[in-house]
Design a protein around this ligand. Sequence first.
Ligand code: UTP
Length: 273
Amino acid sequence: MINKCLFPAAGYGTRFLPATKAIPKEMLPVNTKPLIQYGVEEALNAKCNTMAIVTGRGKRAIEDHFDISYELEHQLKSAKKEHLLNDIRDIINACSFTYIRQNEMKGLGHAILTGQKLVGNEPFGVILADDLCINTRKGVLAQMVELYDKYKCSIIAIQEVEKENLSKYGVIDASEIDSGIFRVKDMVEKPDIESAPSNLAVIGRYILTPDIFEILETTSPDKKGEIQITDALKVQAKKGNVIAYKFEGIRYDCGSIEGFVKANTDLFNNSGK
Ligand code: UTP
């Protein structure tokens, strides 16, 4: 069972400035719902009941979002509009939220290491809320939990990416062991087109075994001073302990303006609103 899901949400979101000056990127809405709420719903769909959120300065709106607003609820009740908060109420009742602050933005690997105090010594899910994944059948994390139950090692979600975009991602070197399922041998973070080992890029969904924390503790920062999760996963991969999975569903890169606008347009058109 994977009970906990970690949400690294401490990044600056510079690509969305000035919108993200006072509002966390994770609170930007796709239609009426903030990005992080989609992520929490996906974690609940995978039967995770504890959301462990790594926040930073200026991110208090996330905590307020997943809390009850008595004044607002009172107002809505008198206007007979309380149904507008039904979904978020259900979420608050279905799971618990824990928070920790990453004091210095030293990369995704460092953010995950910061979450150790919330996660403890058990396997856990990781959702990067700015990668919005939409699926009609089963959420991406739930699909990955099924694989974890089979392989009992770290699971990472991948997708095929055009050559010219590979340099934005971690890219895997792997052999296919079943349809859409790969045993990872090696990984490269943001490779040049020529040195990319495949066209399979890692997206923002992981299930990690807790030995990742020990590895992260000894992982050196890169040239920019950031600790990369790719470097820690490489250590697990060398031991044959990382499975990559071509998930079912559509992923929107909502960390980029184009992906964010596309998600808004597609979800709006599909909702029939
Ligand atoms: P990004 O690389 O998208 O960085 O982080 P960012 O700061 O959020 O956005 P830009 O590039 O400046 O526009 C990927 C994920 O890792 C988290 C982010 O919150 C995001 O979910 N992250 C990144 C941290 O939590 N801490 C960090 O130090 C870095």
